[in-house]
Design a protein. Structure first.
Length: 439
């Protein structure tokens, strides 16, 4: 017989209170225990399981064989009666009347789901469809989804408009050589390093606050635990600002909103990972670039020359110092102008730019932008770029561009840091890095 899947009841919705009800459940065979006269089969749906009990004298041989002899991780539908059981997970079990094998899994499995055997990251990503069946991995991506929801909700409550910019562009967003070049009919084009230029253009439209959950494509030849070649981010821009402090306010409150939403809505997922998240208090502490150099000077092996970005060693040393001061998140401000992109507002030798750090990890960066067209063209030239490649970007600056600024908050980075994941690849379903283009 064909079991009507439209009548299926979600396993998490069942309990001992349903004793005596006839139900249809569906899921993956997780475990089979055949004790001779009786057998028990665990059916998993998401992160929940239901126990199907098979007393050999109360179920047909056909039903028993369908569950006991079918390979683990096969998908089945079961129609039966709920009966209360103090010994079963959840306090109930299902006595089956009918079983339908919807799709049988091959054996052996490419990796285990509930087996107590460690599987390396590459094998897991090669078989991501099966890896995500694991409760702790599924929890990560539910938390990631909650982070996106919490961030989007807060931004819209604050009057931001969500936009979408192109990923195929005619000139590199940020200059440099770390771009993916693609053939675009008869022309050359690039995958966007960020929506930077487009969201700045929007500041001339009257939409004073915009954001998008953007894709970044960067052809950097990194192969570290914290770098990806394709990543996602909350990318925000705000107009009519006094200085970068107005942008810092948005960023610190966005981080707080994301973390609070996860803390309030992901109790089960955090428990599955045995993690707690700490909602930061705002305002976050500000550490200037010069202070960061002074504080870390005796803590690292090689001194960072003034004007260069902080080394990884210096970043972690600063993270340790800030943790001693009971700060997980903090801003690094007043970077040297020479170390920042052409669109960052200069302030003498310094710039109105900043980084957001978390326990020694750079989570994001941002700045007040240059809104004067003459200064912007001058800085493009000084960077060695051709202003003709930026005609579309520069045009709105000549027709009324207010002071503005923004940032891009890496989604994988903040999830990685929030959950203390050992590798950023844990926070993206199908990572793209220096050596991985599949699946």
């Amino acid at each position: 017989m064909s079991i009507p899947l439209s009548e299926r009841v979600a396993i998490p919705e069942l309990s001992a209170d349903d004793d005596g009800d006839e139900v249809v459940i569906g899921g993956w065979i997780q475990e089979v225990r055949d004790l001779g006269g009786i057998a028990f089969v665990q059916i998993r749906e998401g992160t929940s399981t239901a126990q199907v009990v098979l007393p050999k004298k109360k179920v047909t041989e056909e039903v028993a064989e369908a569950l006991i002899e079918t390979n683990r991780e096969s998908v089945v539908a079961v129609k039966g009666t709920v009966q209360e059981s103090d010994e079963a997970p959840g306090g109930f079990e299902v006595l089956p009347d009918a079983v339908e094998v919807l799709n049988e899994a091959k054996a052996p499995l490419p990796m285990g789901v509930v087996d107590k055997v460690d599987t390396d990251v590459d094998t897991r990503i090669d078989n991501r469809f099966m890896d995500v069946r694991r409760p702790e991995v599924q929890a990560i991506f539910k938390i990631r989804a909650a982070a996106m929801e919490g961030g989007r909700r807060w931004l819209m409550e604050e009057g931001f408009t969500e936009i979408t910019s192109p990923n195929i562009i005619g000139a590199a967003s940020e200059g440099g050589t770390d771009v993916f070049e693609v053939t675009y009919f008869e022309d050359s084009a690039y995958l966007s390093q960020s929506p930077q230029l487009y969201k700045q253009m929007m500041m001339a439209t009257g939409l004073d606050r915009v954001f998008e959950i953007a894709k970044y494509f960067r052809a950097e030849r990194h192969n570290t635990r914290r770098h990806l070649n394709e990543s996602s981010a909350f990318d925000c821009e705000v107009a009519f600002i006094d200085d970068e402090d107005d942008v810092l306010w948005v960023l610190e409150n966005l981080v707080q909103a994301i973390t609070r939403h996860v803390d309030e809505h992901c109790t089960e997922e955090l428990a599955a990972l045995d993690k707690e998240v700490h909602v930061p208090e705002t305002p976050l502490p500000r550490v200037t670039y010069d202070e960061a150099l002074d504080w870390t000077e005796g803590e690292i092996d090689e001194e960072v020359p003034w004007g260069e970005d902080l080394s990884t060693e210096a970043e972690y040393a600063l993270g340790d110092i800030m943790e001693e001061k009971r700060h997980e998140y903090y801003f690094i401000t007043k970077y040297p102008d020479a170390s920042k992109p052409f669109y960052a507002m200069p302030d003498g030798e310094l710039s109105r730019s900043f980084d957001l750090g978390h326990k020694g990890m750079e989570v994001t960066s941002g700045a007040q932008r240059v809104h004067d067209p003459d200064l912007l063209e001058q800085r493009i030239k000084e960077t060695g770029l051709d202003t003709s490649d930026f005609e579309d970007y520069l045009k709105p600056f000549h027709y009324g561009m207010p002071p503005h600024g923004g940032f891009g908050l890496g989604l994988e980075r903040i999830v990685m840091e929030m959950l203390e994941l050992p590798n950023i690849r844990e926070a993206v379903l199908f990572p793209r890095d220096r050596s991985r283009l599949r699946p």
